[in-house]
Design a protein around this ligand. Sequence first.
Ligand code: MG
Length: 250
Amino acid sequence: MRFKAVIFDLGDTLILTDRWDYDKCLKKLLSSLKNDSIMIKIPFEEFKRGYFKVREKMYLKSEPALREVDFRSRIAITLKIFLHYSIYEGPILTHAIDAFFDAFIEDAYTETYVSDLLLELKKEYKLGLASNFASPQGFWRVLEHFDLGKFFNTIVVSGEVGFRKPHPIVFKNVLEGLNMKPTETVFVGDSLKADIFGAKILGLKTILIENPGMRKNPYAIAGELDPFPVEPDARIPNLKELPRALSNIV
Ligand SMILES: [Mg+2]
């Protein structure tokens, strides 16, 4: 066997988000703040506009260096527009972020065969996880909910690293955690730019999950799901095809 490790992307690779209702998440966040006595007397639509303005600005600014845009800062900056003071630290924002991701979790799902598949792969390969997730707090909450953490030898989250895929540091950190060379490793993900391009420049083999139905998420980040001039070593429609694709890759 040539490969010793497989690294996975999380969003729309292991956990599917095509039913994600972003408005619902923001509404839950807002009502959590109200429950914690943050007096926001602004209509939801206005808050939403403010949030997306801040989000877009932060992503545009951070894109050239591939810095991750911290979710907590994003919320704190949005709130500052309306409250005129900052609540970055402390439990109020922590509760609100939990509320946002609890709403996210309600509509996210995994295919039924995913646990068994990871369990089988774990017998043959070291497994790593490398996720672009702007909120470490949200990431760990989501991972715990789906009980996926136990399958991986090492887990790297962009929100903790400070950079996002395709930045090489994310891939290097996972490889280091697995103690693997790029040539011993296959990367599996759904984004040509973030996953396939990022893994390829370091010399990993790559498998793209095409998931055509999953690519409708209007909130995907800055062109992450757009066409990108890179060709993966294999394309598969879903994870069921992964074992075969792994054994075919040379
Ligand atoms: Mg993804």
